[in-house]
Design a protein around this ligand. Structure first.
Ligand SMILES: C[S@@+](CC[C@H](N)C(=O)[O-])C[C@H]1O[C@@H](n2cnc3c(N)ncnc32)[C@H](O)[C@@H]1O
Length: 360
């Protein structure tokens, strides 16, 4: 991970792109890699939903008989063993004791760390990808006949946050003074809960359009013991911007965060040039905006290697009709709204940047 750029000290310094954002997966992708990758992705997600990765995280040795007994009364033990065998075939587990136990490998440890991508892709977008041909032909449309699983999208983002983004955000927020924080597109409210929980005396709001994600958010807040300090509200952030929904609560917010939502807010070309100005107006007391999003890969066409995530992110949004933008476009839109970058930091997922912006 490269160091953050401090724009107060060096306003025009170009940001360095982390080397791993180019990826190591070769393009062209071979037939065997493509097919096995597809199956392997479903296996990662199955292990996640069955709680097997969680178990392995705590104890790298899995007793398959105990696993079957604890998976539920209707468990199909033979199928469960086959799913575990498939994970072993992918090299993430090593079967031992005539298949009675499975040991987590180093590659499996890495998969646990990165499994949020699979919750996002397989859990969240499987139907969108599977219906790509019907979306293209005009037989189906995203949002009516074809849906994503919003709770899985939010859960996958939350898993990735915990695994490899939280440290960067905490380091960046250490320099930000706040008392009331709003997180736009807060998903399961994990991030706003963690940030508020770590700073005594602060309060937080998590705003998200998704009913299922907001429900999970209520649970996250209660489990973190933050009821009364953090509130999850189901709302469309565009209503907050354009129709001043929840005006009273938002008036107290001094710092606004948003992670991996901005591209949705910028989808409509008619409102795009003014979206950040409207956001500033919706939060009249906010002086600091902490924004992160995944941006278009520069030079994607000629790339000889692929990183994790980018291809899926770009295709999923194309199928949903949501345009993506370059880093330069974000920076032009920030500037037009009087939002001046104080810091710009690479943010874990390839081609994702975190900005601390000052409202001037
Ligand atoms: C990719 S997820 C990111 C979740 C979370 N910020 C994170 O980083 O873990 C995007 C979230 O934005 C929410 N969302 C999308 N459009 C929205 C809108 N117009 N208003 C509020 N939330 C929205 C989705 O429901 C989803 O939870």
């Amino acid at each position: 991970m490269t160091a953050a750029l401090d724009h107060a000290a060096a306003p025009a310094a170009p940001a360095a792109v982390p080397a791993d954002w180019a990826g190591a997966a070769p393009a062209p992708i071979g037939v065997d890699q493509a097919f096995n990758g597809y199956v392997a992705a479903t296996v990662v997600h199955a292990l996640d939903r069955l709680g097997i990765w969680d178990r392995l995280e705590h104890d790298p040795l899995l007793d398959l008989r105990a696993l079957a007994a604890e998976t539920g009364p209707a468990v199909r033990e033979r199928v469960l063993r086959e799913v575990v065998r498939a994970a072993a075939g992918c090299g993430w587990l090593r079967l031992q004791d005539d298949g009675g136990t499975a040991l987590l490998t180093t590659a499996g440890q890495e998969m646990i760390r990165m499994r949020g991508y699979f919750t996002w892709g397989v859990g969240g977008y499987a139907e969108v990808f599977a219906q790509a041909h019907r979306i293209v032909s005009g037989e189906a449309e995203f949002g009516t006949g074809v849906l994503r699983d919003e709770a899985m999208v939010a859960l996958g983002s939350g898993q990735n946050d915990r695994s490899f983004m939280a440290g960067t955000l905490d380091e960046v927020l250490a320099d930000v003074d706040f008392s009331t924080l709003a997180d736009l597109g807060s998903g399961i409210s994990a991030r706003v809960s963690r940030v508020v929980g770590n700073r005594p005396g602060t309060r937080g709001l998590g705003l998200d359009i998704s009913g299922p994600a907001t429900e999970l958010g209520h649970r996250t807040i209660a489990e973190a013991g933050l009821s009364g300090r953090v509130e999850a509200i189901r709302t469309d952030v565009l209503d907050v911007c354009h129709r001043a929904a929840h005006r009273d609560k938002l008036a107290e917010v001094d710092t606004v965060m948003s992670f991996f939502l901005l591209h949705d807010l910028l989808a409509d070309p008619a409102t795009r040039p003014h979206t950040f100005t409207r956001l500033r107006e919706a939060f009249p007391s906010a002086r600091t905006f902490v924004f992160a999003d995944t941006m278009l890969r520069p030079d994607a066409e000629g790339a000889q290697t692929l990183p994790v995530f980018s291809l899926g992110y770009e295709l999923a949004h194309a199928l949903m009709g949501v345009p993506l933008h370059t880093k330069e476009t974000y920076e032009e839109l920030f500037a037009a709204a009087g939002l001046v970058p104080r810091r710009t930091v690479p943010f874990g997922t390839p081609h994702s940047w975190l900005y601390v912006l000052e409202a001037r």
